[in-house]
Design a protein around this ligand. Structure first.
Ligand code: HEC
Ligand code: HEC
Length: 379
């Protein structure tokens, strides 16, 4: 018996990066604040899978799919042998391990793609921004969730398998995934990953992705949000939805007393009523001349909530009864539900002052996008 290189460096790098992606994505799944981190690891995972598929053809001997072409039945048979303690030792992937590899790669692809579609529909961001209507987001989200759970189960199964195998064959399998070497009989094929370049390529791609994510894009977002640097606490936002339609006249007329509320936050019928009653706007006569009224109304109705240009627009519109004509955004069921947790003291805090001071908590309120990651709650 002598040590033989089994897991070549790119394969090991892939293995640990992939494992980190699963862990990081799992830990960052719940809160909107970590959404961009979650998404980053998703894209990274997809990139890694792409690399692994190529490496499965051109990589070292044991990394090639051709070296572990076992069917599902062989995998099950191997599990049975493991249970009875008679499973043979494999230098490369054993039949059950092979199935785990294939399943994890397949589930990884479906999880990432359904995640990208969820982001594209629900948040209007990322690769699939606005491919499909936001109404379809439920299907993608459920698929995403289901696949993520299946991946977690598979990972647990994989860890159990590694533990049992290590014990059964008295060898340290986790260590071999670090050093790449395993003891094997003389004459066993060693992995010859002549393509060291493969590893360097993977590192270069990952480094470029990280740089792009954390610096280049952030600057672009800061420009969009009008924030000059990170000290206001804007978390890294990888993907911003497209900029919403704007109108200088509207900004001037409707931004004089309060921040202009983007038309996408109320349905067209509300804007019509607001302009009709502009002489009694919450107790104030706006004194708008008829041509100004017409021009404002055209802009506001063309970009009203019904257009579903953002998640907020879509959900606000969905939450309204068809005949409801809310005068306030802050009266719509969706808005109320989203802000129910904020108590009176929250609204009255000196940095907020009122419900309509959206900018106090949403740094992109002026842009009208209300991205999750642009939310900063003043203390
Ligand atoms: C002369 C000052 C003034 C101007 C100009 C003005 N508003 Fe207002 N607006 C107010 C006041 C005051 C309120 C009530 C604020 C409050 O309750 O916090 C209000 C409230 C609102 C609300 C309800 C906010 C909510 O959801 O609670 C909307 C919507 C609104 N304005 C839209 C507009 C639009 C559209 C224009 C431009 C056509 C406009 N406003 C121009 C003074 C103004
Ligand atoms: C005191 C801080 C505060 C103010 C002021 C505030 N919000 Fe929010 N808003 C929040 C918080 C916190 C959430 C997150 C709720 C959650 O994640 O469930 C939220 C969520 C939202 C969402 C949903 C975002 C999403 O995609 O999940 C929208 C849309 C929104 N706010 C619009 C507004 C508008 C419009 C105004 C002004 C009229 C406003 N908010 C004022 C704190 C605030």
């Amino acid at each position: 018996m002598k040590p033989v290189l089994v897991w070549d460096a790119p394969t090991r790098l892939f293995h640990w990066l992939f494992a980190s992606c699963v862990a990081a994505a799992w830990l960052s799944q719940d809160t909107d604040r970590w959404l961009s981190v979650h998404v980053f690891f998703g894209y990274l995972m997809l990139g890694l899978i792409g690399f692994r598929l190529i490496w499965g053809v051109v990589g070292g001997h044991y990394a090639r799919f051709a070296s572990f072409r076992y069917g599902p039945l062989a995998g099950l048979a191997y599990l049975r042998q493991m249970a009875s303690g008679t499973a043979a030792r494999h230098v490369g992937h054993n039949p059950a391990g092979s199935q785990a590899v294939y399943l994890l790669l397949a589930l990884g692809v479906v999880t990432c793609i359904s995640g990208i579609l969820t982001m594209g529909t629900e948040e209007g961001q990322g690769l699939a921004a606005r491919w499909v209507s936001i109404g379809a987001s439920g299907v993608f989200k459920e698929t995403h969730r289901l696949c993520a759970w299946l991946m977690l189960l598979l990972v647990i199964g994989h860890l159990a398998g590694v533990a049992i195998e290590s014990w059964l064959h008295r060898e340290n399998l986790p260590r071999s995934m670090v050093t790449g070497a395993k003891d094997a009989e003389r004459g066993t094929i060693a992995s010859h990953p002549h393509i060291r370049v493969g590893a360097m390529l993977a590192v270069a791609v990952a480094a470029f992705g990280a740089w792009w994510f954390f610096y280049a894009v952030e600057e672009h977002i800061e420009a969009r949000l009008g924030v000059d640097d990170g000290d206001k606490g804007v978390p890294h936002v990888a993907f911003v939805g497209r900029a919403l339609p704007d109108d200088p006249l509207w900004r001037e007329e409707c931004g004089a007393c309060h921040t202009p509320f983007h038309p996408s936050l109320l349905p067209a019928r509300s804007w019509r009523q607001l302009i009709d009653e502009q002489d009694q706007h919450f107790g104030i006569d706006l004194g708008l001349a008829p041509p100004v009224r017409q021009s404002l109304l055209a802009f506001m109705t063309a970009n009203a909530a019904e257009q579903g240009s953002t998640e907020a627009a879509y959900r606000i519109n969905q939450s309204l009864a068809p005949d409801a004509v809310p005068r306030r955004i802050t009266e719509t069921p969706y808005w109320k539900e989203k802000h129910a947790r904020i108590g009176d003291s929250g609204w009255r805090s000196p940095k907020v002052g009122s419900r309509t001071n959206c900018v106090a908590c949403h740094q992109d309120a002026l842009a009208g996008t209300f991205e999750d990651a642009a939310m900063v709650i003043p203390r």
